[in-house]
Design a binder for this molecule. Structure first.
Ligand SMILES: [Zn+2]
Ligand SMILES: [Zn+2]
Length: 190
């Protein structure tokens, strides 16, 4: 019986590429890698701007960096509570989030009513496009000045004053779209 050298993996396999137990997805790895530098940068920017990254603000920012998925305010309170801290009142967490949003350390995703840490320190007037993956929950950000300019031209005649420039697109990220076969081959020992 001839046997094929091609592994018959992933055919008609509707399972997600599924991160093997304990294996973080690309978004999570990226986020975890950036977190220490981003926290240092946030501290530096606060000192430069004469504002304070209080222990509460810092704890909320750390909690946002602890996950690569956007988190709702109440989930944040849960996450913070699990770290042995005294349970924070929602108003405290919302105030900390307001600070983080205003300083450009985090973003709010209107479509999910959830927050995520921004390691790119986008200015509040920057046009940020969020690519939200429905499969893994990861969020990528792209900022594009050309897009902001053409949008400004488009609304220029409307006499409309813009407060937030955020575009949210949902779909599947490159990592999740990768064929199951490639993912399986990659996980084989070298
Ligand atoms: Zn950002
Ligand atoms: Zn994904």
């Amino acid at each position: 019986m001839a046997h094929s050298l091609t592994p018959q993996l992933g055919r008609h396999d509707h399972a997600h590429h599924g991160h093997a137990a304990g294996e973080a997805c690309a978004h999570a790895r990226d986020h975890a890698r950036r977190a220490p530098d981003a926290l240092l940068e946030a501290e530096r920017l606060c000192a430069e701007r004469g504002v304070r990254l209080t222990p509460i603000r810092r704890a909320v920012l750390e909690a946002l960096y602890a996950t690569h998925k956007p988190v709702g305010a109440y989930d944040l309170i849960e996450m913070l509570g699990q770290q042995g801290r005294r349970r924070m009142a929602p108003i405290t967490v919302y105030r900390a989030l307001d600070f983080l949003l205003a300083e450009g350390f985090a973003h709010k995703l209107a479509s999910r009513n959830a927050f995520l840490a921004c390691p790119h320190f986008h200015a509040p007037d920057e046009m940020v496009v969020f690519l939200i993956c429905d499969q893994c929950g990861g969020v990528d950000e792209v900022a594009n000045p050309d897009l902001a300019r053409s949008l400004n031209r488009l609304i220029g005649h409307e006499g409309f004053a813009v407060d937030t420039r955020v575009l949210e697109l949902s779909g599947r990220c490159a990592h999740c779209r990768r064929p199951a076969r490639a993912a399986a081959a990659e996980s084989l020992p070298a």
